[in-house]
Design a protein around this ligand. Structure first.
Ligand code: ISL
Ligand code: CA
Length: 556
């Protein structure tokens, strides 16, 4: 199979917030169809859709009740087939989001499973007796707060849910469950989709006996007992053997808590599992354990993690490259500067994403420099994770102000405010009131403005994507880091048989003089990209501007 995905740039769409075509305030498939030319103009190769299957919407589609049909709000199966063929007609590809660690509690399998202890589907999920005192089988905490176990009156047992109680975990030890998953994957591949993003796929194998986390006070996450569990590679290899390997597709696994060593086990070609994974180390550089336990972010730690992964994967295995998605705060607000240096810092981050080794993912609105939002009160927030934390922390007596600050900094709704298409009412996203409030900055930060302004963040993304497509060293070249100890600059070289690229990124708002060592031979290189309109380097002693980035090229 060709490894076309190594050269591809992927764009993630969060369908609820992308474009509403029928005036109900919710984005939909026809809305997406109407914007394909926008994505084509940007230079995108692959579109990944967050889940659009039938779902009660407790976790915005990550709780699926029918894997073979489309949520009414998004359209019909017919609309989906049409979208797939329109995407292909325009020379792009499409990934679906396969959420199979858990289903919705409204999935017919779960409805049957909970109906009686001897129902044939009982063993599709993870049921356990209560402890003798009636308490939950172990001390695991759900990622969305509270116990990871829900007691079910009818049959007197608990079921496991690592996420919301409406998202019961599937029992992958059951071969019938694995067969169902393969059938679902085949169903979509036969409809022409070009691969899958696989939700928390490293959670599917639990340690037998489901032990409590030792020495813990109260509830804690049982990560060590289900992340990268004992049979996960067996299951993925089986899926690959029986299904994925029969199609020319790409697969990207969402895998929190992986090191490069673990990642190799998922993505090295000879393992026959996945094309690549989303690792979390670089985006967890501002937290201590869970999402809500913050620690100061430093450029030094961040670039150390990026370069560690750059060096570890590439010759064997493959990286995915991303700074934002629907679960993360907006990248420019987090790693750049979303006020004075919005333009410069968004373009600097883009320069990095498009020049390091791996497949880059652009999250909707990132190409415009969309920023985090601060709504005044909790009633304006929708995300099950933020609301779970809010209630939990309230009950613990944590002040309202502190909780809201956490949500502003780290909550998922900042990434989910509707796409800012233009400056008209509701940002051109919908004629009706959107399901989640807009970021008020849409009046000046929007696609219409940026598409026509040659110096916009959008047009910089377009230029960088084209640049990436034209330079083989970005895909295949080595990665070599320079000035590792510098606390503001991240600099590296990408080299293959044809060319040598030198990239410098200033991750800070400071301005300083920098001396380029002679051996870098920068004066013999051509300045190909600058995020501040620089025309030349002008020697070895350079004044570096806030959030400046540039790319130098030398042909061999
Ligand atoms: O819990 C986390 C951080 O607090 C993450 O590691 C989390 O496990 C990860 O972000 C899982 O995300 C995915 O699965 C969830 C869904 O809500 C997310 O939107 C999805 O990306 C459950 O399906
Ligand atoms: Ca709609």
């Amino acid at each position: 199979m060709s490894e076309w995905w190594k050269k591809a740039v992927v764009y993630q769409i969060y369908p609820r917030s992308f474009m509403d075509s029928n005036e109900d305030g919710i984005g939909d498939l026809r809305g997406i169809e109407g914007k394909l030319d926008y994505l084509k103009e940007l230079g995108i190769d692959v579109i990944w859709l967050s889940p659009v299957y039938k779902s009660p919407g407790i976790d915005n589609g990550y709780d699926i009740s029918d894997y073979r049909d489309i949520q009414d709000e998004f359209g019909s199966l017919r609309d989906m087939e049409q979208l797939i063929s329109k995407i292909h007609e325009k020379g792009m590809k499409i990934l679906m989001d396969l959420v199979v660690n858990h289903t919705s509690d409204q999935h017919p399998w779960f409805i049957e499973s909970r109906s009686s202890k001897d129902n044939p589907k009982r063993d599709y999920y993870i049921w356990r007796d209560p402890n003798p005192d009636g308490s939950a089988p172990n001390n695991w905490e759900s990622h969305f707060s509270g116990s990871a176990w829900q007691f079910d009156e009818k049959t007197g047992q608990y079921y496991l849910h690592i996420f919301a109680k409406e998202q019961p975990d599937l029992n992958w030890e059951n071969p019938e469950v694995r067969k169902e998953v393969k059938d679902i994957a085949r169903f979509w591949l036969e409809k022409g989709v070009d691969g899958f993003r696989m939700d928390v796929i490293n959670f599917i194998s639990k340690v037998p006996g489901l032990p409590s986390v030792p020495n813990a006070k109260g509830l804690v996450r049982g990560n060590m007992f289900y992340m990268n569990g004992p049979r996960v590679h067996e299951y993925l290899h089986e899926l690959n053997e029986d299904v994925f390997s029969k199609y020319d597709i790409m697969t990207v696994g969402e895998t929190p808590n992986v090191t490069p060593e673990i990642a190799h086990q998922y993505v090295d070609k000879e393992r026959g599992e996945l094309s690549m994974v989303f690792q979390f180390e670089h985006i967890n550089t501002d937290i201590k354990g869970t999402r809500w336990q913050l620690k100061p972010w430093t450029i030094s730690e961040f670039k150390k993690v990026i370069s560690k992964w750059q060096k570890a994967l590439g010759d064997s295995g493959w990286n995915s490259v991303y700074l934002s998605n629907h679960d993360q705060p907006r990248s420019v607000s987090r790693y750049g500067n979303d006020t004075k240096y919005l333009q410069e810092s968004a373009k600097m981050l883009c320069t990095m994403d498009m020049t390091i080794r791996g497949t880059p993912y652009v999250y909707q609105g990132e190409e415009l420099g969309m920023t985090n939002v601060r709504f005044d009160d909790i009633a304006s927030y929708q995300d099950v994770e933020s609301l779970g934390m809010y209630n939990d922390y309230k009950a613990k007596g944590i002040p309202e102000h502190d909780i809201m600050e956490l949500i502003y900094y780290r909550g998922r709704d900042s990434a989910r405010t509707p796409m800012q298409w233009d400056s008209s009412a509701n940002a051109g996203f919908s004629k009706a009131r959107p399901w989640l409030k807009l970021n008020p900055n849409y009046t000046w930060l929007n696609a219409a403005e940026e598409v026509k302004n040659p110096d916009s963040i959008f047009n910089f993304y377009k230029k960088m994507i084209a640049f990436r497509h034209e330079h083989s060293a970005i895909v295949d070249g080595d990665f070599k880091e320079y000035f590792e100890d510098h606390d503001r600059i991240f600099a590296y070289e990408r080299t293959d048989a044809n060319e040598r690229l030198f990239i410098l990124l200033n991750f800070s708002a400071s301005e300083f003089t920098f001396i380029m060592p002679e051996e870098l031979k920068v004066n013999s290189m051509r300045l190909a990209i600058s995020n501040i309109g620089r025309k030349e380097l002008g020697g070895n002693i350079i004044k570096i501007y806030p959030y400046e980035s540039f790319v130098l090229v030398a042909e061999k």
